[in-house]
Write a protein that binds this ligand. Structure first.
Ligand code: SF4
Length: 250
């Protein structure tokens, strides 16, 4: 097993590394992408919910309830490719040279991923469910599994397997996260099989065991307990049987 690679901004990326967005900055394409992203924002298709609302004018009808501007938490912009692009453009002009990490629920539309092609260095998608009916029941999204598989395939096509420098710092590639749920509800076996057979056995995987029933989950019997040690060990064993040996958290 590899140790957990760091993705927190390093002061200096490793020698020879050039962040993906710099080529687009030099060619002028990054600026063009900002303009295109703004048009997408006015008829929003930036995730697979396809709300088709004009987020510049209103958040009414936007499932994410996010308007023109990204919501900023403690670090970095969150949720919204248009802001990611605009922020990258501004920061790159001012000297940003570090790799960009895109942390996502894995429900990205092809339109959003096309805008991010050549901009993002590290994709960190969730693969939450291996079954769309279960995803719909608990997370109220349609076609999660189909959208999620297509999104992860595209991310891998763009950046490949996760690459680390000699200090164990990640600088490019795909890093998949999967939260094991009680009673097999995350479809862990199916998700892992997809990753191993259709993405790559070199995929860097974070198999998580920290599910805890919060908020209304306590009222759903099958989700009302944490994951057992046996369930998590079984998930790890399946990953290893499939050849997925690049894991953190194991
Ligand atoms: S949820 Fe938000 S990002 Fe997704 S399509 Fe709707 S408005 Fe756009």
């Amino acid at each position: 097993m590899l140790s957990n690679p760091a993705t927190k901004p390093a002061q200096k990326a490793h020698a020879g590394f050039q962040a993906a967005y710099l080529a687009l900055l030099e060619s002028g394409e990054l600026e063009q992408r900002v303009r295109i992203a703004r048009r997408h924002l006015q008829d929003c298709d930036l995730c697979a919910r396809y709300c088709r609302v004009d987020r510049i004018r209103t958040v009414q009808g936007a499932v994410c309830r996010i308007g023109e501007r990204a919501v900023v938490y403690s670090y970095g912009p969150h949720h919204g490719e248009e802001d990611v692009l605009e922020a990258t453009l501004i920061a790159a002009h001012q000297g940003l040279r570090l790799p960009l990490v895109y942390n996502t629920g894995g429900f990205d539309s092809p339109e959003a991923l096309a805008l991010l092609d050549g901009v993002i260095d590290i994709y960190m998608p969730d693969m939450k469910y291996g079954d769309s009916a279960i995803a719909h029941r608990y997370s109220h999204v349609r076609n999660y599994w189909e959208v999620n598989q297509a999104a992860v395939r595209e991310m891998h096509r763009q950046v490949g397997d996760l690459q680390l420098d000699k200090n164990g710092l990640a600088y490019r590639g795909l890093w998949v996260r999967h939260l094991v749920l009680p009673n097999g509800l995350a479809g862990t076996g199916k998700v892992l099989e997809f990753i191993a057979r259709e993405i790559s056995t070199g995929t860097y995987l974070n198999l998580m065991d920290q599910y805890y029933p919060c908020y209304r989950a306590g009222g759903i019997p099958e989700l009302s307990r944490p994951v057992s040690a046996a369930e998590y060990q079984e998930a790890l064993a399946v990953a290893l049987r499939l050849g997925l040996t690049r894991q953190s958290g194991a």
